[in-house]
Design a protein around this ligand. Structure first.
Ligand SMILES: Nc1nc2c(ncn2[C@@H]2O[C@H](COP(=O)(O)OP(=O)(O)OP(=O)(O)O)[C@@H](O)[C@H]2O)c(=O)[nH]1
Length: 391
């Protein structure tokens, strides 16, 4: 009966390892997926060692190999979770922990054979590792939190059963009490396998939620600059607009288009053109507040929605951008390039919806371009408000 259970646990661990490995291969190779694949592979080996116990030459070899596999599995699980949350982990420390634990196990297995200690050391360490994972999942978790909260609970419960198993193993080492043996079997063969499967499922859920979160972000972001794309920009503008309307505050929308960008591509190449777009995006980022909406809505066309700002205040922002463009150079080999841009600004009016607001900013931008470029034009105001002297 126990052998059947162990055999199914070998298969389940192998399947979980395969699923994590697939997650690694299919979902842009997150390193933690690979570590979890290794964790479950090591657990599969650990259950195999238990299953093949009768074929292992000595009890000492059995305990030492089972313990070392358990230490390695817990350490890889821990490393994977820390890696996923962006927490630094020193490989040297992990190796050291593995060596010290293996040595300690060897002491209880070979030099001072102590049944309780050699059986308790691995679950005791797993308890510590799982509790650590549960704590960092709660403390350092990122949005959305549901999958992480579930994983934290499962890790904690699994850790607690391991802690309980360790405590019972310690007591059993002093003499087999029938009640304790029963409890030990219940923990090892009923709770632990169930929680172990839940643990595997929670890992797969984490990988899946991370992926869907990434896809959601990618759908709203421009890959080259990291700014919003048109869709993301419109969504961010909608919420800014709703907030300003509620608070009866002004709002301005600014379209910015790099001048003669085609020439940059033609002269210095497309990849330099890409760098120029990133450079331009950074200047825009540095010129506005975090709560403003900023997007790249076309090839070399950008848009900024400035909450609680009149068109006059938006004009000051445009001038700040022009100042930065004039001072921050781009270098391509021996060449220095300074970008220039044209600006169209429109302030929201009662009758406008977002489409009309954008349309008005677009007409102003067109006029700025038509006037000779490197200029700022405000919708509804006659004439240019800013134009470089060497325009
Ligand atoms: N490197 C690079 N170039 C791009 C990208 N998207 C669009 N472009 C280029 O941007 C250029 C836009 O050219 P035009 O629409 O003629 O605009 P322009 O040369 O800036 O002229 P004006 O806007 O009228 O001042 C084209 O050469 C596109 O190939 C991109 O992602 N990377």
């Amino acid at each position: 009966m126990i052998n059947y259970l162990l055999a199914s646990l070998v298969v389940i661990s192998a399947v979980l390892s395969g699923a994590c490995f697939l997650g690694y291969r299919l979902f842009e190779r997150p390193r933690h997926a690979l570590m979890w694949a290794l964790t479950f592979a090591l657990v599969a080996l650990q259950y195999s060692v238990n299953l093949l116990r009768d074929y292992i030459p000595t009890e000492a070899v059995f305990w030492q190999s089972a313990n070392m596999l358990a230490f390695a599995a817990s350490l890889f699980a821990l490393w994977g979770h820390r890696d996923r949350l962006g927490l630094e982990t020193r490989r040297r420390r992990l190796t050291l922990a593995f060596l010290v634990l293996s040595l300690l196990s060897a002491v209880f297995v070979y030099w001072y054979p102590t049944l309780g200690l050699r059986a308790a050391i691995a679950p005791a360490f797993t308890f510590l590792a799982m509790t650590h994972i549960a704590v960092i999942l709660v403390r350092e978790g990122k949005e959305p939190r549901l999958a992480q909260a579930v994983a934290a609970v499962v890790h904690l419960l699994f850790g607690l059963t391991q802690g309980l198993a360790a405590a019972i193993a310690l007591r059993l080492g002093q003499g087999p009490e029938p009640e304790l043996v029963k409890l030990y079997s219940a923990v090892n063969f009923a709770f632990m396998p169930t929680l172990f499967i839940a643990l595997g499922i929670s890992a797969i859920f984490l990988l899946a939620t991370d992926l869907s979160q990434r896809l959601g972000t990618m759908a709203l972001r421009d890959v080259l600059t990291g700014l919003y794309n048109r869709r993301g920009f419109l969504a961010a503008t909608e919420s800014l607009w709703a907030r300003c309307r509620r608070k009866e505050q002004p709002l301005s929308l600014m379209l910015v288009d790099i001048d003669y960008f085609k020439r940059i591509n033609d002269r210095y190449g497309h990849s330099f053109g890409d760098r120029a777009l990133q450079h331009f995006a950074q200047i825009l980022r540095d010129s506005i507040r975090a709560e403003d909406a900023l997007g790249r809505i076309g090839g070399e066309e950008f848009a900024v929605t400035l909450g609680e700002m009149t068109s006059g205040e938006a004009e000051r922002v445009a001038n700040r951008i022009r100042d930065l463009l004039a001072t921050r150079r781009l270098v391509c080999g021996r060449h220095e390039v300074f970008l220039k841009a044209s600006f169209g600004i429109a302030q929201w009016e009662e009758k406008d919806d977002i489409a009309i607001l954008i349309k008005r900013a677009d007409i102003a931008l067109y006029e700025a371009k038509a006037s000779g470029r490197d200029a700022i034009m405000i919708s509804g105001r006659r004439g240019l408000v800013g134009m470089a002297s060497n325009g």
